[in-house]
Design a protein around this ligand. Structure first.
Ligand SMILES: Cc1cc2nc3c(=O)[nH]c(=O)nc-3n(C[C@H](O)[C@H](O)[C@H](O)COP(=O)(O)OP(=O)(O)OC[C@H]3O[C@@H](n4cnc5c(N)ncnc54)[C@H](O)[C@@H]3O)c2cc1C
Length: 316
C-alpha cells in the first residue's frame, strides 16, 4: 500500500497517513480489520507481471503415496524460485466405500508450460506433472484459473452461484513434519469428507521482508501456513457441532508440529473466536508486533470506538 486516507475515532480526516502518521500507516498494513478507523481511499503499488503464465492443478490420491509426496513438498514449495507458487489442498475422500485421502497440488508459474515442466522435472519429479495438468495464458486468465471460474469475464459476475458456511482455523509450520506426523494428520482427515487442510507455502518475497516492517509478522523461517476448514450448507447457518468438533480435533492433533512465538501463531484473515479474547488472540495473530499495535490503538482510539471481538485492544 502506497497511500491511505482514514477517518479516525475522533472524526479527524487524515489525508495521507503514510506521511502524516507512519505509526498508523504501519498498523493499517496487517494489523487486522475493524480497529483503526474508516479507510476512505487507498492507493496500491502495482508489480509488473509477465505476459505468459502457467497455472496447473494435479490430483493425487492414496495415503501412502501422499505421505511421501507431501513430505517432499515441504522441502520444495517454500524454497522454490519466487516465480513459482505451489499450494496444496488435502481432504478425506471415499473411494468405493473405503476412506482415503486426496490432494490437489495447484498454483502458477511465471513462464510457459514448457518452462514450468522443466522446473518441476528438476525440483519435484515425483509429482509427475504433465502438460495436460497445465494451462497457459496471461495474468488475468491465470487469476480466473486459480479462482476456479470459467474465465476473466466470470470474475466480474457478482452473482453467488452457491452458498456455503464454514469455520476456519490456521497455523504456521517452521520445521517440516515427519512422515509419521503427516500420516497421522491423514488419519484424522479420512474421518470426514466435509473438511480439508491447505498448506500454503511462504518463502519467496514473503520472507524477504522483515517481521517488523509492517504489522503482518509471519516472515522468514515460516515454511507454510496451514488452513483448516470445515464447510456446511445448512441455510439456518447453525454450525454442525460434530463437524466443528472434528475440525478442533484436527487442530489439536497438529499442536506439537506447529509454530509458537510463544503463542500459537495464527493468520489474522482466518479470524478464529476459539483463540479467546482480543489480548490472547492478538498475541497469536501479531506475535512480537502486538505490543506496538496496542500502543498505536491507545493513541488513535482510546475509547475503542472501532472494535470487533478480536480487534487490537487499547491495553494488554
Ligand atoms: C470464501 C472466502 C475465501 C477467503 N479466502 C482468503 C484468502 O485466500 N486469503 C486471505 O487472506 N483471506 C481470505 N479470506 C478472508 C478475507 O480476506 C478476510 O475475511 C477479510 O477480512 C475480508 O475483508 P472484507 O473487507 O471483504 O470483509 P469485511 O468483513 O467487510 O471487513 C473485514 C474487517 O475490516 C473492516 N472494514 C471493512 N471496510 C472497512 C473500511 N473501509 N475501513 C476500515 N475498516 C473496514 C470491517 O469492519 C471488518 O472488521 C476469505 C474469506 C472468504 C469468505
Amino acid at each position: 500500500m502506497a497511500f491511505s486516507q482514514v477517518i479516525t475515532a475522533n472524526g479527524t480526516l487524515i489525508n495521507r497517513v503514510s506521511t502524516a502518521d507512519p505509526d498508523l500507516f504501519w498498523a493499517l498494513r496487517g494489523g487486522g480489520g475493524g480497529a483503526w478507523g474508516i479507510v476512505t481511499a487507498w492507493k496500491l503499488k502495482l508489480v509488473s507481471v509477465p505476459s505468459t503464465l502457467t497455472t496447473f492443478n494435479v490430483w493425487r490420491t492414496g495415503k501412502q503415496a501422499l505421505t511421501d509426496l507431501v513430505f517432499k513438498w515441504q522441502n520444495v514449495a517454500p524454497q522454490a524460485p519466487p516465480e513459482l507458487f505451489l499450494s496444496l489442498y488435502m481432504a478425506g475422500i471415499n473411494t468405493g466405500g473405503s476412506a482415503d485421502v486426496g490432494a490437489s497440488f495447484y498454483g502458477q508459474y511465471w513462464g510457459s508450460i514448457e518452462e514450468t515442466l522443466a522446473l518441476f522435472n528438476k525440483i519435484y519429479p515425483e509429482l509427475a506433472l504433465t502438460a495436460s495438468n497445465c494451462k497457459q495464458g496471461n495474468w488475468i486468465q491465470a487469476v480466473a484459473n486459480i479462482a476456479g471460474v470459467s474465465g476473466p469475464s466470470a470474475l466480474v459476475d457478482r452473482q453467488q452461484s452457491s452458498r456455503n458456511y464454514f469455520k476456519a482455523k490456521s497455523d504456521y509450520v517452521s520445521t517440516p513434519l515427519t512422515k509419521v506426523a503427516l500420516a497421522g494428520a491423514f488419519d484424522v482427515l479420512m474421518k470426514n469428507t466435509k473438511g480439508w487442510i491447505i498448506f500454503e507455502p511462504y518463502g519467496g518475497v514473503m520472507s524477504q521482508i522483515s517481521s517488523s516492517a509492517i504489522a503482518f509478522p509471519h516472515r522468514a523461517g515460516r515454511l507454510f501456513m496451514v488452513q483448516y476448514q470445515a464447510v456446511w450448507q445448512d441455510d439456518t447457518n447453525s454450525p454442525d457441532s460434530e463437524l466443528i468438533g472434528w475440525l478442533r480435533g484436527l487442530y489439536s492433533y497438529m499442536s506439537p508440529f506447529v509454530t509458537y512465538t510463544p503463542s500459537r501463531t495464527t493468520y489474522v484473515n482466518y479470524i478464529d473466536l476459539d483463540l479467546g479474547d482480543s489480548v490472547t488472540a492478538g498475541k497469536s495473530y501479531f506475535g512480537s508486533n502486538f505490543a506496538r499495535l496496542v500502543k498505536i490503538k491507545a493513541r488513535f482510539d482510546p475509547t475503542n470506538v472501532f472494535n470487533q471481538p478480536q480487534s487490537v485492544p487499547v491495553s494488554m
